[in-house]
Design a protein around this ligand. Structure first.
Ligand SMILES: C[S@@+](CC[C@H](N)C(=O)[O-])C[C@H]1O[C@@H](n2cnc3c(N)ncnc32)[C@H](O)[C@@H]1O
Length: 256
């Protein structure tokens, strides 16, 4: 019938969407490409419904093609006779292995229907975790920064695979960026770290991203003026005049 590509979100099982959970709870078989995705999926899938796939740790493209053909050959009959799911951390269509599977199924098993259930991507989860607001109209670029790389140019970047934080940091700062890092955000496994100090992240950890913003960007949303004391005074008067309720003021302040 169908293969569902299910996005699990960044790693906490309670950030799997309701739709994703429904698919996981009802699929005949659920394939997991890695240890971490498996540990999230098993919050909703009994061990006996977990499917086995073998993925080599290689950059050799021939070997990768062989592995994806083998994976598609295993999954296709299960998806034709019933419902199968393949999970990925984050969203299945953002820097993910799911694209390889979809293309391989399309090429060699065109009878299999493929549907995607979106997940909370690290591309969006970082904003809340790192306290960053990407305001309307701002441009944001996604890059990789593995092994000390430091792409430059765009005003704002989310950098994935930041495996050598000190080296990447030095280059970005030299190029005029302010940088903040997030490691294992919303993940049950391992320690979550949010910091702008590269010394806290000298150990390599694949689940590390960075947000880099050029120093001195000028664009400011209209309500940014409330950050000055004068403007806050005017705003406080306006709230009291409207409802005279101090708790309403406090709860509005809590909504950041
Ligand atoms: C191959 S990409 C997968 C992205 C995923 N499909 C998504 O939508 O979030 C892996 C990279 O995403 C970032 N990443 C994914 N989940 C993360 C998390 N929970 N905390 C920090 N970084 C994360 C890391 O930079 C990691 O190297």
């Amino acid at each position: 019938m169908t293969l569902y590509g299910v996005g699990l979100g960044p790693g906490d099982a309670d950030l799997v969407t309701v739709r994703g959970r429904e698919v996981l709870e009802t699929a005949d078989v659920v394939y997991t490409p890695g240890r971490l995705s498996r540990s999230v999926a098993t919050a909703y899938v009994d061990e006996e419904r977990i499917g086995d796939l073998d993925f080599p740790m290689t950059r050799d493209e021939d070997e990768l093609r062989r592995a994806w053909k083998a994976a598609a050959a295993e999954i296709a009959p299960r998806a034709r006779d019933g419902t199968a799911a393949f999970v990925t951390l984050g969203d299945p269509n953002v820097y993910s292995t799911f694209g390889h599977l979809r293309r391989t199924l399309d090429a060699f098993h065109p009878g299999v229907t493929v549907e995607t259930v979106p997940g909370v991507s690290a591309v969006s989860a970082f904003t809340t975790a790192l306290g960053v607001e990407v305001a309307a109209g701002a441009s944001l670029t996604l890059h990789e920064a593995a092994r000390g790389a430091a792409p430059t140019g765009p005003d704002r970047m989310v950098l994935f695979k930041v495996t050598d934080v000190p080296a990447t940091h030095e280059r970005l700062v030299d190029a005029g960026y302010e940088v903040v890092y997030g490691r294992r955000l919303y993940m049950e496994q391992g320690e979550t770290v949010v910091t702008d100090d590269p010394e806290e992240l000298t150990e390599r950890d694949y689940y590390t991203l960075a947000y880099a913003e050029k120093r001195g960007l000028e664009a400011e949303p209209a309500t940014a003026t409330f950050e000055t004391a004068d403007e806050r005074g005017e705003a406080g008067t306006a709230v009291e005049a409207t409802d005279g309720d101090a708790s309403a003021d406090a709860s509005a302040g809590g909504q950041r």
